[in-house]
Every structure is written in C-alpha cells, then in structure tokens.
Write a protein that binds this ligand. Sequence first.
Ligand SMILES: Cc1cc2nc3c(=O)[nH]c(=O)nc-3n(C[C@H](O)[C@H](O)[C@H](O)COP(=O)(O)O)c2cc1C
Length: 178
Amino acid sequence: MKTIVVYYSNKGSNKYLAERISKSLSCEMEEIKPRLNVFFLFLMNMHLGIKPLKHIINEYDRVILCGPIWMGKFIPPLRSFVNKYFSKINKLVFVTCCGSMYAKKDEKFGHGLVFNEVVSILKEKCVLCQAFPIGIVLPDDHKDDTDAFMKTHLNDDNFKGEMLERYERFILELNKLS
Ligand SMILES: Cc1cc2nc3c(=O)[nH]c(=O)nc-3n(C[C@H](O)[C@H](O)[C@H](O)COP(=O)(O)O)c2cc1C
C-alpha cells in the first residue's frame, strides 16, 4: 500500500511522531505549511489555508495525517488539508500526539470528539484514528499535570515503555490494514 505521512506540528511532538511513522513504514512524508503560521489565530479558528503540497496526494492509497489537538478542535492546518485534498484522498488514518488521556477522550477537550469530527468529514475514507497522549511518557504522578505535559515533547529519550508498546501495536495495525 503506497502511503504518505502528512503532518503539522507547532512544538515538535507531532513532527517526531510523523518522522517515526514514516521511517517505520519506509514511506514519504510532507509537512503541511499554513499560508500564515500564527498559532493564536488558529486558536480563534482564523486562517488563510495551506500552501500546496509537493506530493500528488491521489497517487497514494493512504494518507496518514498527523497533528495536535488544541481546545478540543480539529485544528485549521489539518482541516484545511482535508478540505483542500478531500477528493484526492483515498484512505486516511488520523494520528495525534495530544494532551488528553484515554480516560478523558470523550470530555470537552478530549481527542475522541476530534476523532468523531474527522470521521464525520471523511466518512468511510477514514479507516483509523489513533491518539498518543503525551501524558504516557510522564511519571504516574504527573500524567494529568497540564503544566508538565505542555513542557514535554516527544523525543528518542522518552519514546519508550508504554509509548513504544502502543506505537508498535499501531504500526502492526497499519500493516494489517494494507
Ligand atoms: C493552546 C493549547 C491547547 C491545547 N488543547 C488541547 C485539547 O483541547 N486537547 C488535547 O488533547 N490536547 C490539547 N493540547 C495539547 C496538544 O495537543 C499537545 O501539546 C500536542 O502534543 C502538541 O503537538 P506539537 O508538539 O506537535 O505542536 C493543547 C495544547 C495547547 C498549546
């Protein structure tokens, strides 16, 4: 299955995850570049769309879209990508390194609500959604500590233990889908 990883990242965790997935699957990768990359405008849902991608999206059987969740939203750079390339996307997997843990995924700022939104936009094109909450790499007593997870970013030193196990299961699932 010809796959491309397309990502947006502000602080680097989703870039790290995208690079890792692209290496594991030996597939190509491209960054989504907003026309105006102003974080606080995104938080207010204000944006000017994204620059055209270099890769030709309909040449890929599967797009793995990777990016953060802010304020419980499917953020503008990711949404713009889906809107712009909707007709060219064959299958899509959405993956996020986010703040919300699995137990809180259906709460106001949880990743589960964003997954529902992604599925409602992409319908049967969306084959899988997967979250890697940053809290997984934090010690047990800091897993729900907002300050701690805001300051923590994925890297080779903390991508181990439960995070690595979940990641390896995710890669197996991706390979099974092909
Ligand atoms: C302003 C702001 C709002 C956020 N809101 C949410 C949220 O609603 N739900 C969530 O799961 N994570 C939330 N997060 C956590 C981000 O999803 C997380 O920090 C993410 O890993 C950042 O990705 P990046 O390093 O690729 O930019 C928020 C982070 C910021 C900075």
